[in-house]
Each structure stands twice: as C-alpha cells, then as structure tokens.
Ligand binder design. Structure first.
Ligand code: PLP
Length: 307
C-alpha cells in the first residue's frame, strides 16, 4: 500500500520536499545495517494535533544512538523542535505516525563505520491502526516464532536499532505465512520476550502481567499502559511469562506506539479467553485512546501541541 505522502520531510536540519528526501545507493546503513529510529504518534485532540511523549521518544533515540555508536549532530531539544516544525509545515486531517531515523550516510564502504557521516531525518504521514481497525475490535491471531530474540550478548534489544528488525521481520513473515497476524518471540531461555513490534501482556485471575525488558525494547507504551492500569486499580506484575501461561491466559494483548492496545484472540491455535477482545483489554484500550487523544487531563502533560 502506498504511503500517504506529506509535503515535507526534515532532512539534516532542513525541510525538503517529500520526493527529494533521497539518498545514494552506497549509503553505509543500507549495506551494513547500523541505524536507529523511533516510532512516534501524533493524535488529533480537542486542542489540535499533539505528539504523545515526544521527549521520551527523543531520549530513547539518543540512547539507541549511543549504544550503537552513532553520534547525532543535534541536541535532544533541536530534534524535539524539528518534530514540531515538521508537523507544522505539513497538512494533516487525521492522526499521524512520525519516523525519526539516524543513519550512516555516503562516503565510506567497509564494515567499520568510523568516520562515516551521520544523517538524520524525520518523516511523518497520516496512518491509522497498525493492524487495521478490525484488529483493535476483534483481536489478532498470533504465532510463536521459531526465531528467538537474540541474547543480550548478541544484540542490544533495548536500542531501537534497525538491525534488530531483521529478526522481527523474519518472525512476522513466518507468522503471516502460517495465516496469523503477528509473531510472538521467545527469549533464549524460552520465556516470552515481545512481539515483532509490540510488548506482550496477559491477564490471569484479574492480575495484569508483562515481562521485564531484558530482551525487549524499553517500551514507552508499555509504561503508559502500566500506569493507566494501576490508576484504574489493577495489580500489574513485571515477571516472566512461559509459553503455556500465554496459552492459558484469560486475556492477552499487545501494546506499542504503532499497535496501540491490540487484543490477541488466538495463540498457536489456542483460543485466548472468549476469543474476543477481553474486558480488561477493552478498558485499557479505551483509557489509552482517551490519554493519547487529550481527553484525560491527568495525562495531558505527555502531549506536545503543534499549534
Ligand atoms: C520490537 C518492539 N518492541 C516493543 C515496541 C513497543 O515500543 P513503544 O511502546 O515504545 O512503541 C516496539 C515498537 O516500537 C517494537 O518495535
């Protein structure tokens, strides 16, 4: 499906026309895979378009870059400002997905990235539900991947590094070939790590459980959903989840900036709960949308308004 293009992309400090935001085929990251990025969303709120948790996303972008030895030639404040200026320069009638990317550019070949120029872009386009509205309503079918999350001594899962998404992509592809919507990846010890682009939650006997971020991204939505759940009076545990605990959960759902709160109806052919969006997932999904869409004053501090 074609991307809904906007007018401008922020490219190394300048707003350029969407079609002119291009790179050379010998761009280093294209060959050797070292790049870091963010996935951010801006929602239409009663007070206009607002970016959710912009500062946290930018902080994570800088931490990912540090872990991957990429020096971003801007400050966090400049990157935050660039997001706002980009969104102001474009016309949006709906919610927006924002993709900052830091990559190694043109000028050097070979594995070593030392001395390679670093480029930074921010693109933003109108984007609806990651897996479609139907997924948010009725839940998705999930397959546990034959691919495992790399051990912490192989890759750095806490960094939102492009290289990590090869593993995610293969797992997601395998799930789709098997007629499912998304993959769930296990860690090297066999416990649930995360989805290909989401965090995993279960509900058992009224308690909400989600794993620690030992082999997964330090997720901004997971933190938000935990805070919302605790505010609603739920007990939330950060602990390991086994495969059979996932199969026998009363409810399961994914969270993420892109996936928002997506219920899971089936894992490896086992119907989860009633096979429909569960009571807790429904409550958290509604509350999450209220928060990001500026309808809950307690969380308004997380919004950066564009106008
Ligand atoms: C692998 C992976 N895990 C978890 C998440 C959820 O992270 P966040 O809530 O910060 O978007 C994402 C999405 O960004 C992801 O790509």
């Amino acid at each position: 499906m074609a991307l809904p293009e906007a007018e401008h992309i922020w490219f190394d400090g300048k707003l350029v026309a969407w079609k002119d935001a291009t790179v050379h085929v010998l761009t280093h990251s294209l060959h050797y895979g070292n790049a870091v990025f963010e996935g951010v969303r801006a929602y239409q709120t009663p007070k206009g378009l607002a970016i959710f948790k912009l500062q946290e996303h930018t902080k994570r972008l800088f931490e990912s870059a540090k872990a991957c030895c990429l020096e971003i030639p801007y400050s966090e404040e400049q990157i935050n400002e660039a997001h706002v200026n980009l969104l102001k320069s474009n016309t949006y009638n709906d919610n927006v997905y924002i993709r900052p990317l830091v990559f190694l550019g043109y000028g050097k070949m070979g594995v070593s990235h030392i001395g390679c120029p670093v480029n930074t872009i921010i693109a933003a386009w109108q984007w609806g539900a990651y897996m479609g509205e139907e997924a948010l309503q009725n839940g998705i079918k999930v397959k546990i991947a034959s691919w495992m999350k790399p051990a912490p001594f192989s890759m750095m899962a806490k960094a939102k590094a492009s290289a990590n998404y090869f593993n995610s992509q293969m797992a997601n592809y395998e799930a789709q070939l098997a007629g499912c919507d998304e993959a769930l990846l296990l860690d090297p010890q066999g416990f649930v790590a995360e989805g290909s682009g989401e965090c995993f939650f279960i509900v058992k006997d009224g308690v909400i459980i989600t794993p620690a971020n030992d082999t997964s991204l330090v997720s901004i939505t997971q933190k938000t959903v935990i805070q919302i759940a605790e505010d609603l009076g739920y007990k939330v545990l950060r602990q390991r989840i086994t495969r059979d605990e996932a199969y026998t959960a009363d409810e399961a759902f994914f969270t993420g900036t892109a996936a928002e709160v997506t219920p899971i109806s089936n894992i490896d052919g086992r119907v989860i709960g009633t096979g429909k969006r569960g009571k807790v997932a429904t409550e958290l999904q509604n509350a999450y949308f209220d928060v990001v869409m500026g309808k809950n004053p307690k969380y308004e501090k997380f919004l950066t308004y564009i106008n």
